[in-house]
Design a protein around this ligand. Sequence first.
Ligand SMILES: Cc1cc2nc3c(=O)[nH]c(=O)nc-3n(C[C@H](O)[C@H](O)[C@H](O)COP(=O)(O)OP(=O)(O)OC[C@H]3O[C@@H](n4cnc5c(N)ncnc54)[C@H](O)[C@@H]3O)c2cc1C
Length: 432
Amino acid sequence: MTATDLDLLVSALAEGQVIVDPGRMDGYRWDRAHDPGAGVPLAVVRAESTADVQAAVRFAAERGIPVVPRGAGSGLSGGSSAVDGCIVISTERMRGIEIDPLTRTAVVEPGLFNAEVKAAAAEHGLWYPPDPSSFEFCSIGGNIATNAGGLCCVKYGVTTDYVLGLTVVLADGTAIELGGPRLKDVLRLLPAQQPPATMVATFASLRDASRAILEMTRTMRPSMLEFMDRVAIEAVEDQTRMGLDRTAAAMLVIQSDEPRQYAAEEIERLAGCCRDHGATEVFSTDDPDEGAAFVAARRAAIPALEKVGPLLLEDVGVPLPQLADLVEGIEEIATRNDVVVSVIAHAGDGNTHPLIVTDPTDADLMARAERAYDEIMRLAVALGGTITGEHGVGRLKRPWLADYLGPDVHALNQRIKAALDPMGILNPGAAI
Ligand SMILES: Cc1cc2nc3c(=O)[nH]c(=O)nc-3n(C[C@H](O)[C@H](O)[C@H](O)COP(=O)(O)OP(=O)(O)OC[C@H]3O[C@@H](n4cnc5c(N)ncnc54)[C@H](O)[C@@H]3O)c2cc1C
C-alpha cells in the first residue's frame, strides 16, 4: 500500500470525503464500548451514495484491506471499532429519506438517525416503532446491522420486523437489491401510535418484580415493560431529582397504547398484577408528558451510570420464566465479586442489561469486574438464554460465542461468513 495508492482512493471520491489525518480519524476509532484494542485506520471514507461505498469497497478488495462500516458509533459491543490499517466507511453523510404514505413505507439512507426516521414518519401521521434507548443518536443502518431492539419491542417487534428491502454492497464492491417494493433500504411504517397511558410500580424484592412481569406478559401485551434496579434508580435520581423511590429494590415502567378507554382498563389490570405480586407503590397517569418523564428516566439509566464510572455493559437475555433466577443470580455474582452491578431490562422480552461499574486505575477491581462479566454470561446460558439480546457479539463477546452456539452452529456461521466475504476483509474480528 503506497501513498500513490491512497491518492487513487481520494481521487475516486469527491473532495472532503476521504479523511487521512490521524487526529480527525480518532473520532472514528471507537464505539460506546470504548474497546481498548481499537486500531488505527488507514483512511475514513464519508460516503454520500451507494456508488461511493462501492468505490471504497472495490479499492479495499483489490488490495486486501479490511473495511469497517460505521453508523453513529453508539454500539455497545465494539462492532464498529477500527482495526489497524482498515478503511472505515462512515454513513454519516447518507441521510436521505422518502416516505410513501399510501404504501406506508420509507426509503431511508443508512446514516439517518432512528429519531429522524420517526419524526419524518410522524409528519405523515405514521410511526416507525423500533426504539432503542439510543434512538436520538443511533443510525438506522446500525439498527439494521445489529437488529436493534428497544422499549416498545415487547409489543411491536425488533428492527428486522420492519425491513422490507435493502441495497447491499458485497465484499467485492457489487451492489445488489434484496426484497422491498422499491430500491434502497425500505422500512415498513405503522399508523401513528395512540398517546400511551403509563404506570410505574415499585417493589421491595427483585423476585416480586420478576413474578409480576411474568404474570403481566402471560396475560397481556403492554406496549412497554421496562425494569430498573435500585442502583439504576439511585443513579438516575442523582441526575434528575425527579423523586424516584431510592428504597425500592426494583421499579417497572409500563405503558399501554390501546385506545383511551381500553388503555385505562389495561393499565388497571396491569396494576392489579403488580399489587398481587407485592408492589409497594403503583402510580398511573394518562398524561403523555408525565408518562414520557418516567420513560426518559429509564432511557437515562446508562448515561447516569456512566457518570459513576466506566461500564462493562452486558446484554444477556433469558426465557421470561427464568428472569427472577437471572436477576437474583446477578445480585449474587455482584456480591461475591465485590463489584457494583446495576440491572436495567427490556423486561417484557427477558432482555437485561447488567451494567458493571469499573475503574481502569484499579487493577484488582478490573479483574473482579471481568470475572463477574464472564459469570453473568455463563449464568444466562445455563438458564437457557443468550449472551446478547440486542447489542450483538461485536468484538467484546467473541470469546463466549463458540461455547454459546456450540461447535456445529459456530462452524455453520463461519461457512456463511466465508461465502459472503471470502477474503475476510469485512469487519474482521467482529462477529455477527
Ligand atoms: C445509552 C445507550 C442505550 C442503548 N440502548 C439500546 C437499546 O435499547 N437497544 C439496542 O438494540 N441497542 C441499544 N444501544 C446500542 C446501539 O445504540 C445500537 O446497537 C445501535 O443499533 C447502533 O447503531 P449505530 O448507528 O450507532 O451503529 P454503530 O455503533 O456505528 O455500528 C454498529 C454495528 O453495525 C455495523 N454497521 C453500522 N452501519 C452499517 C451499515 N450501514 N451497513 C453495514 N453495517 C453497519 C457496524 O460495523 C457495527 O458492527 C444503546 C447504546 C447506548 C449508548
